[in-house]
Write a protein of this length. Structure first.
Length: 521
């Protein structure tokens, strides 16, 4: 099996993506996770560009990374300055990184129009920079910026830039599709050409401007590239870089002759992807291949029916191979198979009448705006109600919410009157807002009777306007996520009144907690 090196540049190229700003601690935490996954190289940043990157290289040495080598990124020496006198070289050496990645111009167009130096001066900048760093005991990876565009316009000059880096001691030349505009067949042809032109190995660095970064990376590997550079989740400038998650999963699981990471590394790809999203304070991309929450989610009734019989019918791999999981979704598109799959512990497989009843109720509720995909607790209660196996733990008489202005700002007060067992409870509570006040009042009414409710807390609250064309009279859907010491569950409520929708979701959350505790006890 041919070893393919995985070179991660999330902390440098990825941080250039819009809306991404890693703190020093974020970068150190991500570096640890990348090392645990078995990534070969972690590019930490450009130590001359800012103090945070310079500090990263000092602090990362304390982490005790086991597998990954940390690389510092920089540019060729400036024109008219020797490598030894260039401040960029000094910053790279001061980082104490054993591996240094140097980016240089491959395209004669960029040499003329961007650097504004002669072609010979550019070759000298490449050669002298690499040679100086190698002489200082560093291993150098040369990133050939705009390689594919440069080779297409002037192949002879592009070849000379690669040769300059190779002759000066670079251990690898990485071919960069910097504008992200090359097609897979071009990547294949020119990667082979570059590999034949120089004596050192070649790697690949692609951007996703044509949505081909992963495909182009795989094409380059097939054509002889021994290293793939990219970022976790495809973070990066413009349309992003090659998503290393997809690259690694494809190399490990869809091809049979490449050695990457280790078994545990591939199985941790979903966790790694989500950790980086969380650290970047970004939402998951639900449809992200291999690791997205929707990657193995089945909604159509025909699909669910087939997957129940043979998972390979609609899944190209076992989701557990990348640490993901199969999900069955519920909607008006669902069939009986969806209902049976989601309610396995209710033993509905042989109860067609109950299955049809539940399905009809789901279709009816989704028609007015309910959505059960993220509200499994509300669905559980719906099944119990349809089966006539559920007795509510309390009955509402009425509730009242007051929001008033005062000198200290807004105040919110909720009153609930309800029957709990054979008692009439009437409680009042303040809150930071209507939902918080209702939650507090409901707890006051129930905690004395159901003390285990103290272990439950709300962790998320989302409001979505369903029919926006109705303006302020539009129906809204409220999703509430709750948790206790061993579980997390979602509930849903729909109404033209946001308070009423919130109340419905809130009540379902409390009822589910009480029902769940009864089952476990």
């Amino acid at each position: 099996m041919r070893k393919i090196e995985i070179y991660d540049t999330t902390l440098r190229d990825g941080s250039q993506g819009e809306g991404i700003n890693f703190s020093l601690q974020d970068k150190l935490l991500i570096a640890q996770r990348l090392d645990q996954a078995g990534v070969d190289y972690i590019e930490g940043g450009y130590p001359l560009s800012n103090q945070k990157d310079a500090q990263f290289f000092r602090d990362v040495r304390k982490l005790g990374l086991v597998h990954a080598q940390v690389a510092a990124f920089g540019m060729t020496r400036r024109r008219g300055v020797s490598a030894a006198e260039d401040p960029g070289m000094k910053a790279l050496l001061d980082s104490e990184a054993e591996v240094i990645t140097i980016v240089g111009k491959t395209s004669d167009f960029h040499v003329r129009e961007v650097l504004r130096v002669s072609e010979d001066e550019n070759l000298a900048m490449i050669s002298e920079t690499v040679a100086y760093l190698v002489k200082q005991g560093r291993r150098v990876i040369y990133d050939a910026e705009h390689f594919f565009d440069g080779w297409k316009s002037n192949p002879e000059y592009a070849r000379r830039t690669l040769q300059a880096a190779a002759d000066a001691g670079a251990q690898m030349a990485v071919l960069c599709d910097t504008n992200g505009g090359s097609m897979p067949e071009e990547i294949t042809e020119l990667t082979r050409a570059a590999g034949e032109a120089i004596a050192i190995p070649v790697g690949i660095h692609t951007h996703n401007d044509c949505a081909l970064a992963v495909a182009n990376s795989l094409a380059a590997v097939d054509a002889g590239a021994d290293q793939v550079q990219g970022t976790i989740n495809g973070f990066g400038e413009r349309c992003g870089n090659a998503d290393l998650i997809a690259v690694m999963a494809n190399l490990a699981l869809k091809k049979s002759d490449f050695d990457i990471l280790h078994d545990q590394g591939v199985q941790s790809l979903s966790e790694l992807s989500r950790f980086v999203y969380e650290t970047a304070n970004m939402h998951y991309v639900a449809s992200q291949p291999f690791v997205g929450p929707s990657a193995f989610a089945h909604k159509g009734g025909m699909h669910v029916h087939a997957v129940a019989r043979a998972t390979a019918s609609y899944e190209h791999i076992d989701p557990e191979l990348v640490g993901n999981e199969r999900r069955v979704l519920l909607s008006e598109l669902a069939g009986r198979s969806n209902i049976v799959a989601l309610a396995q512990h209710h033993d509905m497989a042989n109860d067609k009448e109950l299955t049809e009843k539940v399905l009809a109720r789901v279709v009816e509720l989704e028609g007015i705006g309910y959505q059960f995909e993220a509200a499994r607790a509300s669905f559980e209660l719906l099944v119990l109600q349809c089966a006539e196996r559920y007795q509510p733990h309390f009955e509402l008489v009425n509730y009242h919410v007051t929001v008033a202005t005062a000198e200290e700002g807004l105040t919110t007060e909720a009153t609930v009157k309800m029957v709990v067992g054979d008692q009439l409870r009437h409680e009042v509570a303040d809150g930071d807002g209507p939902v918080n006040a209702l939650d507090a009042a409901l707890r006051k009414a129930l905690n004395g009777v159901f003390p285990r409710l103290a272990a439950m807390q709300l962790i998320d609250f989302r409001v979505r306007v369903i029919d926006s064309e109705a303006g302020t009279a539009a129906r809204v859907r409220v999703m509430i996520e709750s948790q206790d010491e061993d579980d997390v569950w979602g509930t849903v409520g729909v109404s033209e009144n946001v308070i009423e929708a919130s109340w419905k979701a809130l009540v379902d959350s409390f009822e589910y907690k009480l029902w769940k505790d009864e089952q476990t006890s």
